[in-house]
Design a protein around this ligand. Structure first.
Ligand SMILES: [Zn+2]
Length: 364
């Protein structure tokens, strides 16, 4: 009877996506954080134990997840995420936090059930920094220039796909973070993509993508638990789905080190009322990567993968695609005619520019 009830509730999640993890799974409180059994989540998604590398554990079905006890590293289809809370054990069983189930596992594995998904007509592109604020600077590149170069290339690609594009800046000018957010919040049916490049130790390299930390959680980039609800948290599911779609494409296309999809409370992500991400396309401070990201060829690659990520997100998550563009709508089905249900990794729709278009900061 209890099992039947579990299955029914899990089905409810599949059908409406509005049932919280704690309503579906048995929960346990570990150090004040609500956890559920990993085995229950795997059962819900038909994931079975699979071979894994090193000390990781893997579960495979239509998707593959891998993880480690006491760690926040979490991989979906081999792309890296950082959980809000570490995997734990309780009474000999592996546990995952309810927050990570509802704010990461559910929207990434079943993004089309996102409750807020609307129409996407406009993409707001935000090239970070500008004017007197150069961002990260090295002998190899200036961040503000790389951000703008990728953004302008992305604008061209998105316009070719029928999207309306709004730029927070399209020249070398300075805008405050509040001005950037205000521009996005004035655009209905839009998403917000902030483009940055990184700085760090000489050896630091790779691509990382940030989304707003879920309400009440901490992260290395959000040390305080702000209990007041942030406007950006209304789009939690869309945020992580958008991040997944873009990040996985960028990693696949560039073969850059995967630094993961991470949580933060940067200013531009907190008060935005649209699905939003902050994309870091590589390290200007790394000699090799710095040279690479200042090259037009590499910037083309980044712009193309971000564009394809947006198409993938739109085709899977949104009710209707831009300007009722039939080319975009056609990406909803795979070559086998089967509707894709994930925006992650290789299963992220079939949206590629080539196949669809033959004619041709600061942190807060
Ligand atoms: Zn920056």
């Amino acid at each position: 009877m209890k099992q039947w009830l579990m299955v029914t509730l899990a089905l409810l999640v599949c059908l409406c996506g509005r049932v919280a993890a704690q309503d579906v799974y048995n929960t346990e409180s570990i150090d004040g954080v609500e956890y559920v059994r990993l085995s229950d989540v795997c059962r819900n998604y038909n994931l079975r134990p699979a071979a894994a590398k090193g000390n990781m554990l893997a579960y495979q079905g239509e998707h593959r997840i891998s993880l480690r006890n006491n760690h926040q590293d979490f991989y979906v289809n081999n792309y890296r995420y950082v959980l809000s809370y570490p995997i734990r054990t309780y009474a000999g069983r592996l546990m995952i936090s309810s927050t990570d189930v509802s704010k990461l596992v559910d929207p990434v594995l079943r993004p089309r059930f996102s409750k807020n998904a609307g129409i996407l007509r406009t993409v707001v592109i935000d090239p970070g920094h500008g004017g007197h604020d150069a961002g990260a600077v090295s002998p190899y590149a200036r961040e503000k220039d790389c951000n703008l170069a990728v953004a302008l290339k992305l604008r061209k690609l998105l316009r070719e796909q029928g999207y309306r594009v709004v730029m927070t800046r399209d020249t070398d000018v300075f805008l405050t973070l509040q001005q950037r957010v205000a521009i996005a919040n004035r655009c209905p049916d839009s998403i917000f993509v902030s483009i940055h490049h990184n700085s760090g130790r000489r050896a630091a390299e790779g691509i990382e993508t940030f989304t707003l930390a879920p309400h009440g959680t901490t992260s290395p980039f959000a040390r305080t638990r702000r209990m007041a609800d942030l406007a950006g948290n209304d789009q939690d599911s869309e945020n992580i789905a958008l991040a997944t779609a873009i990040h996985s494409r960028a990693i696949k296309s560039t073969k850059a080190t995967d630094r993961g999809i991470q949580r933060a409370r940067f200013s531009v992500l907190c008060t935005i009322e649209r699905p939003a991400i902050l994309f870091e396309g590589g390290f200007v401070s790394n000699p090799e990567e710095g040279r690479l990201i200042s090259s037009s060829k590499y910037q083309d690659k980044l712009a193309k993968s971000i564009c394809e990520g947006i198409l993938g997100y739109s085709s899977v998550v949104c009710r209707k695609s831009p300007g009722s563009n039939s080319r975009v709508a056609s990406s909803r089905k795979s070559s086998s005619g089967r509707v894709r249900t994930s925006v992650s990794g290789s299963r992220m729709g079939n949206a590629t520019i080539g196949s669809r278009n033959k004619k041709g900061n600061k942190r807060g």
